[in-house]
Write a protein of this length. Structure first.
Lengths: 243, 215
């Protein structure tokens, strides 16, 4: 009997960087030898979610969704593609456990604070926790608000608010919502992919990690998903799933 | 355990030295470090630097090799280029490879891809011919025979689902054709100039009632 870990990610048909955090986290866990078998599966890349368990013949499998929100992908797409019934699926000799997504783990608030501090944020600065959001699924925004709330409680910052790419309060209102001289934008995204690398900087007219505009400063950090802490988050979710 | 063939897709395994050397197409001019990550990153792009979301596309970068061994076992190296290929070869050889058809894959789609199920039978066949025709994997899910050493494909991939989604929209409201633009992303099927999009549109029958005569 073997213990297998599967990281289930989104991936992309258009951006080669989207799956990097999933691959790098899997590589770190593989080198730690915590699991005999570490696999990755993607919605839009290979190996596909629907075939990632091919050749997995017996034992305990833990599937950790490498997604930020507990929404459409974690509740519909991943279970459907992988044939999961819920937190525990028994399929012949396989016992497949399905955990909450990495983005909902409380440790993510610490990653957001760390990202903001790396960008120089201090007590007088504002932090914008920037999520995707979607008008099509109200659950998508919940985790962004939850993380902003945790950062507000745990961090030293003057103000912390949730903003969104695809719903209100929209990121385009950044400098209207915040009045602090420095605003640090932390993308609550998995990858440095299309949104984090292209659409957000373009839409906000950012010059790079630091943008000065009308006497104010906007700092833009890497996404939370590329932080090394994600490895610990995955392992904690996997451990919690079997206890 | 199924033996790893010397030729797999566009890969060649050279077993003449102490350790097997894995090569891409063409004469090798660079040697990659024995790292799964380095190999994946290198083969993720084609010779023009365009992203390859379809691992089996016959656009594998040319002119590289990597020495396999303890740091990078041959199986892991092949897995980095053609994910699950060896698993599917073994299961197919054992008669244990579960197959899923395009009809089944399209009918289970939801959200953005739910519309793909509206693609006509002829449109599905056109999409299979155009996309799978560019892939080294053999769509055994479509009843194709897998010759020894070829990689069996047990289920339509997400790229094919994406093409079917766009094609269903084109059947409903045919867009104007455009010239192929080589740097348009391989799977950007909604972008005029995409190679597969233009091939599909050129191959579509004219809508009923449209006069196609030039004179």
């Amino acid at each position: 009997m073997t213990a297998s870990l599967v990281l289930a990610g989104h991936g992309s048909h258009l951006n080669q960087n989207s799956s990097d955090p999933v691959w790098s986290t899997a590589a770190r866990i593989r080198s730690s030898s915590t699991f005999a078998d570490v696999r990755v599966g993607f919605w839009k890349e290979e190996p596909s979610l629907s075939r990632v368990l091919d050749g997995c013949e017996a034992g305990d499998v833990t599937v950790v969704p490498f997604f930020i929100s507990d929404g459409y992908f974690t509740r519909t797409v991943v279970p459907r593609e992988m044939g999961l019934d819920g937190p525990l699926t028994v399929r012949g000799p396989l016992r497949i456990r399905y955990t909450p997504p990495v983005g909902a783990h409380p440790a993510i608030a610490g990653v957001i604070i760390e990202r903001a501090r790396e960008a120089g944020a201090g007590p007088g600065d504002a932090v914008a926790v920037l999520g995707h959001g979607t008008r099509r699924d109200s659950r998508s925004k919940k985790n962004v608000y939850h993380m902003a709330s945790l950062v507000r409680e745990q961090g030293p910052f003057a103000r912390v608010e949730a903003l969104f790419l695809d719903q209100d309060p929209n990121m385009l209102q950044l400098l209207e919502i915040f009045h602090e001289p420095t605003v640090v934008v932390v993308p609550l995204f998995v990858a440095d992919g299309w949104h984090v690398g292209e659409t957000i900087p373009d839409d906000l007219s950012l010059d790079g990690p630091e943008t000065r505009r009308a006497g104010r400063t906007v700092r833009y950090t890497p996404p939370v998903g590329t932080h090394p802490t994600m490895t610990r988050v995955v392992l904690e979710l996997a451990r919690e799933a079997v206890t | 355990m199924t033996a790893i063939p010397d030729h797999l897709g566009q890969l060649t395994v050279d077993r003449h030295g102490d350790a097997p050397i894995l090569r891409g197409p063409g004469d090798p001019s660079i040697t990659l470090p024995p790292s799964e990550d380095a190999l994946r990153r290198h083969t993720r792009l084609d010779d023009s630097g365009r992203y390859r979301p379809l691992s089996g596309a016959r656009t594998l970068a040319a002119g590289w090799q990597v020495e396999t061994g303890e740091a990078l076992p041959l199986e892991r190296a092949i897995e980095a280029v053609y994910p699950l290929a060896l698993t599917h070869l073994r299961l197919h050889a054992e008669g244990e490879l579960p197959l899923v058809t395009l009809d089944d894959v399209l009918s289970r789609q939801t959200g953005r891809y739910e519309h793909a199920a509206r693609l006509s039978h002829s449109g599905r066949n056109r999409a299979i011919r155009l996309l799978c025709g560019q892939c080294v994997r053999i769509p055994v899910w479509d009843g194709r025979a897998c010759t020894p050493g070829a990689i069996p494909c047990p289920e339509p991939c997400s790229v094919l689902v994406s093409l079917c989604r766009e094609a269903a929209l084109w059947e409903n409201d045919p867009p104007s054709p455009a010239s192929v633009v080589p740097h348009v992303a391989f799977a950007a099927f909604d972008e005029p100039g995409n190679e597969l999009r233009e091939a599909f549109l050129a191959d579509m029958p004219p809508p009923p009632g449209r006069n196609t005569s030039s004179g």
